[in-house]
Write a protein that binds this ligand. Structure first.
Ligand code: MN
Ligand code: MN
Length: 294
């Protein structure tokens, strides 16, 4: 990465920054359409198309201490275990210093080391995953760290304080796993029927941990909003519904990722939406911190 190529406005030093953005260009276990390894750099590129000022939160991102640490050193020839180790090392350092990691994926399996390291510091940690897919397989063709198993790994290995939002796809086995393990999830249909506000109020009763890790698998969106995805799934959420959850959940969130954009399948609009969600997330957290100084 060249020196002047960073996420827009993420030009604070690492030491001064509260938000640490990093890219994880890896899509080795992706099953249908690969390409998410290309997403971090495209997200950075399109992030320059927005104003620095966020009128909703009255926050100017050029005054927010954020740093882009570049892409972590993983090649697509790495094993998934190696990629998980490198991401874990990065997030451990960021979290230990009380900063907020923001991962630009990459595939969804890389959320596991992020949330695992976050949980080591914040014991009272819940997980919210926005996703079209249950991701509850125990393994995918023998690979337990496949992106199709990520929610299963989070629940079994990190925290069962877990809710997923936007679900509309999974095998019969995954749905029965969700039932037998009492996993709480909101389907895309329920979100349309109940509305985001009611879903948020209800999920906050289930998930009353002080801190949250928020993972945004972009395929939670309807492919009409986000066509460039590894595994697109119709009948999804609108951009505004996802925005609403990000704004509501951000104040409790101490780690965030945006994964599964496969940018070669559109002309940049999915990466644009991903970049905008990241900017909204940062503005939301910063506005909350300014209003609630510790
Ligand atoms: Mn997923
Ligand atoms: Mn998914």
């Amino acid at each position: 990465m060249s020196d002047n190529f960073f996420f827009a406005d993420a030009d604070s030093s690492y030491e001064d920054a509260i938000f640490i953005i990093f890219g994880a260009p890896f899509d080795y276990t992706s099953t249908y359409r690969k390409g998410s390894r290309l997403a971090p750099d495209i997200i950075r590129e399109v992030s320059y198309s927005f104003e620095t000022y966020n009128p909703f939160f009255n926050v100017d991102l050029c005054n927010v201490p954020m740093h882009d640490a570049g892409n972590i050193e993983i090649s697509n020839n790495c094993t998934i275990e190696q990629a998980i180790t490198v991401v874990g090392n990065m997030v451990r350092k960021v979290i230990a210093q009380g900063k907020i990691p923001i991962m630009l994926g990459g595939e969804h399996s890389l959320t596991l080391p992020c949330i695992r390291e976050t949980k080591l510091r914040y014991h009272d940690l819940g997980a919210v995953v926005l996703d079209a897919h249950l991701d509850l397989l125990n393994d995918y063709s023998g690979e337990r760290n496949s992106h199709a198993c990520i929610s299963r790994r989070i629940i079994e290995d990190v925290t069962d304080e877990y809710v997923s939002i936007g679900i509309r796809s999974g095998s019969r086995d995954e749905y029965s796993t969700a039932k037998t393990k009492n996993i709480i999830y909101y389907t895309a249909d329920q979100i349309y029927d109940m509305g985001c506000d009611n879903v948020h109020t209800e999920l906050s009763r289930y998930l009353n941990t002080r801190h949250l890790y928020l993972s945004l698998d972009m395929d939670v969106l309807d492919p009409s909003f986000a066509p460039a995805l590894g595994t697109p799934e119709p009948f999804g959420l609108t951009d505004r519904q996802v925005l609403s959850f990000i704004r509501k959940l951000a104040p409790r969130t101490v780690g965030f990722d945006v994964v599964e954009i496969a940018p070669q399948y559109d002309s940049g609009n999915t990466a644009l939406l991903g970049a905008k969600f990241i900017r909204e997330f940062i503005a939301a957290v910063w506005a909350y911190k300014e209003q609630n100084p510790r």
